[in-house]
Design a protein around this ligand. Structure first.
Ligand code: AGP
Length: 367
């Protein structure tokens, strides 16, 4: 099917701006607005009986899996093992009986993830594929399929597929928590309500695009950029760095904020922008103090937080991006958006081929 760019300059920007709509689509496939209850499409897997979850994927899809690990463990109280597919498929790790393996892929065709799925199936795991292409090979071969409804993603840099994966995984985590009796009705309602708000909150984040664009000029001058975060903000830091590398060709790294002082802080000087993912949550103070260590060494901080968090830092940062205040459970979905926009605007300033970055293919079907 032909997909146009609409009035956007690039597919990537169009796809970023589609997120409130396609997140809403994906959510509606799993959430009954009348009851407010999350109901997964039928998969022939007994979630109550799952003793362990293994998540396998590549690239950005791997990073949505990493967010899900934090969610599964904290909310559903289920241990999660996660690996990138190219390692998992040759690692030959012992897979527990009664285990559920989840494979996440936009295309459903990534060769390493497909091989990992076949390996897990042969080892007796129940398998779920989370794919954006419903007729893909992974969708055909897995025991169960949970489709993201992001629609065709043309830009090589994944954006809307990622946030739709996150929304879907959040719903899967809640359904698993309920099946296992790990969550009571009131807690479930709080999380479900937080998810239901994501499409409108995502639209608010997109309204802040101009402010993000204004920060891009300074980031475009940098040779290296660091992204830091804790908990589910850590995979978002990794995703921000991946986006920037892919499309702007600026060297970027994501780190767990608490790991900074174990090495990477040596990189900090006044030429290094540090993007801090800091929603108001139970780890805010910790991330904040890591940020102060960066500022003390001259690092140029771009601080992403909500109103309360931004008030905390005042005008001490080089730049701030204020996001709506949301339940910490859904924060990673919303904080994904400004890091996409920042990478996009930096790449445009650099004059790169945003939708078709050098050396990359949309779907990696060879090893
Ligand atoms: C993301 O921006 C990348 N281009 C890449 O990391 C991608 O997420 C990865 O190749 C996995 O693809 P898939 O989701 O189609 O399996």
């Amino acid at each position: 099917a032909m997909v146009g760019k609409g009035n956007h300059r690039h597919y990537m920007l169009k796809e970023i701006f589609e997120q409130p709509a396609v997140i809403g689509e994906t959510l509606r496939s799993m959430w009954n607005p009348a009851s407010g209850i999350i109901e997964l499409p039928p998969v022939d897997i007994d979630l109550a009986a799952v003793s362990r979850v293994t998540i396998v994927a590549c690239g950005t899809s791997f990073l949505s899996g990493m967010v899900a690990k934090y969610w599964f463990e904290r909310v559903a109280r289920i241990p999660v093992d996660i690996d990138i597919a190219s390692e998992f498929r040759y690692r030959d790790s012992p897979l527990e009986k009664g285990g559920l393996s989840i494979f996440i892929s936009q295309s459903g065709e990534t060769i390493d993830t497909l091989a990992a799925l076949r390996h897990a199936k042969a080892a007796g795991q129940k398998t779920i594929a989370i794919v954006n292409v419903p007729e893909s090979t992974m969708a055909r071969e897995a025991d169960g399929v949970l489709p993201t409804l992001a629609g065709p993603e043309i830009g090589v840099a994944s954006t809307k597929a990622f946030t739709c994966q996150l929304v879907l995984l959040a719903c899967l985590v809640i359904a698993t928590a309920r099946a296992r009796g790990a969550i009571d009705g009131a807690a479930e309602a709080r999380l479900s309500n937080a998810i239901a708000e994501v499409p409108s909150r995502a639209a608010e984040v997109l309204n802040g695009d101009e402010g993000i664009q204004a920060l891009a000029a300074q980031v475009a001058e940098a040779r290296d950029v660091l992204y830091i975060g804790r908990n589910t903000g850590y995979p978002i830091a990794l995703e921000g760095a991946l986006k920037l590398k892919e499309i702007s060709y600026i060297h970027a790294e994501g780190y767990a904020a608490g790991e900074l002082k174990h090495g990477p802080i040596a990189l900090i000087d006044e030429t290094v922008p540090v993007i801090v993912i800091a929603p108001s949550d139970d780890l805010f103070e910790k991330t904040f103090s890591n940020m102060q260590e960066v500022m003390a060494r001259g690092g140029k901080v771009i601080f992403l937080s909500d109103e309360k968090g931004c008030a905390h830092i005042g005008d001490a940062a080089w730049g701030t991006i204020a996001l709506p205040a949301v339940h910490p459970f859904v924060a990673p979905i919303l904080y994904a958006i400004p890091v996409q926009l920042l990478a996009y605007h930096v790449a445009v300033l650099k004059g790169t081929d945003v939708d078709q970055p050098r050396n990359l293919a949309k779907s990696v079907t060879v090893e």
